[in-house]
Write a protein that binds this ligand. Structure first.
Ligand code: NAD
Length: 263
């Protein structure tokens, strides 16, 4: 049986280490036969990303700090020269200054707001724009979001606003690109211990709370997010676009807010 992504080429943006959600998705996509390329932001991360890419048989490793339009252009130009076409894009990138991810939302600074929305939302718009000319046969774009877009989650603050913007951007991009056969969706993952998550205030408490209270009574793993991403990247979901798929053990249906109790 050929894999679901046999013969497909995909770019994975947002791999930092083997705990990254991007790593769970990359492993699953590779297992299903995809050929993968990777991007990194900064030399420090290049040292981590290259060996991981090599583990999945890839030497397509490109610099792409999404704060720079020129970097994004150069990255996709290089990808075009190497591959000529692209079938899918995984956008697993988010950033907010640590001081914005604790305490009250109303203390968000103008600069903190700008940075969070630039890196976490605008980057999807800009990278999609660069990917589209390579997706001549259609394609699939998947980004990563979190329940904090829909509900208030303690300390998530400006990232919640960014994720709400990201989910709206997914719908607008899906509407734009549907006629070109390019689908755009997001996965709303439950809390997972990653580098990005370690910057969120009281993350451990929220993580433990999900483990005990989500309908499936345990936290989500990067492997589970990867397995859910594969169908979205493949032809199996050819009529699905503009959607947010919750991969969070059913937590989003409970209606119970995560309360961070005082110790
Ligand atoms: P991670 O730290 O492993 O990945 C975040 C990535 O963003 C890193 O690779 C980092 O290099 C990249 N990044 C940050 N600034 C960048 C820039 N300027 N240019 C290019 N790349 C940049 O953490 P993760 O949890 O795997 O995060 C991946 C995605 O999943 C993020 O969008 C995150 O918000 C989302 N998400 C995470 C969780 C969770 O609990 N970990 C839950 C739901 C959604």
């Amino acid at each position: 049986m050929p894999g679901l992504l046999e013969g497909r080429r995909g770019l994975i943006m947002g791999l930092a280490n083997e705990r990254s959600i991007a790593w769970g998705i990359a492993q699953a996509a590779r297992r299903e036969g995809a050929e993968l390329g990777f991007t990194y932001a900064g030399e420090m991360l290049e040292k981590r990303v290259r060996p991981l890419a090599a583990q999945l048989g890839s030497d397509v490793v490109l610099s792409c700090d999404v704060r720079s339009d020129e970097e994004i252009e150069r990255c996709f130009e290089a990808l075009g020269e190497r591959w000529g076409s692209l079938d899918f894009l995984v956008h697993a990138i988010a950033y907010a200054n640590k001081e914005e991810l604790t305490g009250e939302f109303y203390n968000t600074t103008r600069e903190g707001f700008r940075v969070a929305l630039d890196v976490s939302v605008y980057s999807l718009v800009a990278t999609t724009r660069s990917a589209v000319p390579l997706m001549r046969e259609g394609g699939s774009i998947v980004s990563l979001t979190y329940l904090g877009a829909e509900r208030t989650i303690p300390h998530y603050n400006v990232m919640g606003v960014a994720k709400a913007g990201l989910e709206a951007a997914v719908r607008y991009l899906a509407a734009d690109l549907g006629p070109s056969g390019i689908r755009v969706n997001a996965i709303s993952a439950g809390p997972i211990r990653t580098l990005a998550a370690s910057g969120i205030g009281d993350f451990r408490k929220i993580f433990d709370w999900y483990d005990r209270n989500s309908p499936l009574r345990r936290n989500t793993t990067i492997e589970e997010v990867g397995n859910a991403a594969v169908p979205l990247l493949s032809d199996w979901t050819r009529q699905i676009t503009g959607e947010v798929l919750h991969v969070d053990g059913g937590y989003h249906i409970t209606g119970v807010p995560p309360v961070v109790e005082e110790e």
